[in-house]
Design a protein around this ligand. Structure first.
Ligand SMILES: *Cc1c(COP(=O)(O)O)cnc(C)c1O
Length: 380
């Protein structure tokens, strides 16, 4: 089954009771048992909910995985992966990591004895030097936020296999339409389904997808034991959002390319970070491991000040100034004062995250309007 068919049909069948074409919202916490302990596989909704199960089957298919598990947020999914590990285990992660992941790793899981190294994953020789006997997992995020660096998933997985290390990829920025890490050798995929999978900025949700039965059993145990499960209403919304994932992401990618090309021509724009440009240092890797280059575009201004960035952001009409990404509507964000404000300025500057850096999440509007909007705001 191809991708555009999977989003609509994989794991989804008309409701056996009524024939409802759309998966019903099973808004129930418990299920009637015929006699004590005898039920239809559904005993209590933390363990199983039909709306969630259908969604999980669909998500597994999208990532070419055997098993998927849903959670109340991307961070709940991330935390569940950490709970697969034991005190003393070490995780090597990228140094350009989603802020919420960095926070939960260092402020929560370090307290429970997990150890972290944050490294640049461009060079496999450098990464190999950091491996210790305690290293149990590589945590990869690609493309990264907001600099849109690309990490070579195949290279990281090959190195990991040599040492028996598991690889988990946060695939949020690419979405399963653009990139399938399990096919590239990863063991675990996590998503903040809040972003492209949901696609309409109307829910918070996360998921884990794996192929290996033992890991799946352990993730299911944690899903039920720890209990960070999503409600059935959000599972329904996510199922609905996913049906157009391929159409949305395809259009958003086309729009992003045109927006990036427009920015290239504007005299006030300094650097543009977009993996679709041949000049981007991760371009060849992105071409090899992604179907398209994504719909995120980051740039900074020649007048590299907070005030200059604020002026652009205040003068856009169709772009909404907001955190998050991956919805049908275009968003504009200023990482230095919004998502990355808690990172000291010197550290931000080291990775290129300057005072005027602006991040665009390109939506599916008519691109002529988006470009006109940016033109006006930049000229203001
Ligand atoms: C948003 C995001 C998360 C966290 O997901 P929530 O659904 O907000 O909990 C994790 N990783 C990446 C890359 C994200 O963009």
């Amino acid at each position: 089954m191809k991708f555009g068919t999977k989003v609509i049909h994989a794991g989804i069948e008309p409701d056996p009771v009524t024939g409802a074409v759309m998966t019903p919202i099973y808004q129930t916490s418990t299920y009637a048992q015929e006699s004590p302990g005898q039920h239809k596989g559904y005993a209590y909704a933390r363990g199983h909910n039909k709306t969630r199960n259908v969604l999980q089957a669909n998500l597994a298919a999208l990532e070419n995985g055997q098993f998927a598990f849903c959670f109340g947020s991307g961070m709940a999914a991330t935390s569940t992966v950490m709970q697969l590990l034991n005190p003393g285990d070490e995780i090597i992660s990228t140094d350009d990591l989603y802020g919420g992941s960095y926070r939960v790793f260092t402020k929560v899981f370090e307290r429970f004895g997990l150890k972290y190294q944050f490294v640049n994953m461009d060079s496999m020789e450098e990464l190999e030097k950091r491996i210790t006997p305690a290293t149990k997992m590589f945590w990869v995020e690609t493309p990264t936020n907001p600099m849109l660096n690309i990490i070579d998933i195949v290279a990281v997985c090959n190195l990991a296999k040599k040492y028996g290390i598991k690889v988990c990829v946060d695939n949020t920025f690419a979405s399963p339409y653009l990139q399938n890490p399990l096919d590239l050798g990863a063991d675990i995929v996590v998503h903040s389904a809040t972003k492209y999978l949901g696609g309409h900025s109307d829910l918070v949700h996360g998921c884990i997808i794996v192929n290996d039965k033992e890991t799946a059993d352990n993730v299911y145990f944690l899903q039920n034991a720890v209990g960070a499960v999503p409600g059935p209403q959000d599972c329904f919304l996510l199922l609905r959002g996913i049906k157009t994932l391929h159409l949305r992401v395809e259009r958003a990618c086309q729009n992003a390319k045109k927006v990036a090309e427009f920015l290239l021509t504007h005299p006030k724009v300094d650097k543009i970070y977009y993996p679709g440009f041949e000049s981007h240092k991760g371009h060849e890797i992105a071409k090899a491991q992604m179907r398209d280059f994504g719909a995120m575009v980051t740039f900074n201004l020649k007048d590299d000040t907070f005030e200059a960035a604020a002026k652009v952001m205040e003068n856009v009409e169709y772009f909404t100034c907001a955190e998050s990404l991956g919805g049908v509507e275009s968003l504009i964000g200023h990482p230095a004062s919004m998502t990355h404000a808690s990172i000291p300025r010197e550290n931000r500057l080291k990775v290129g995250l300057t005072d005027s850096l602006i991040r665009l999440s390109i939506g599916v509007e008519d691109v002529e309007d988006l470009i006109e909007d940016l033109q006006k705001a930049l000229d203001a």
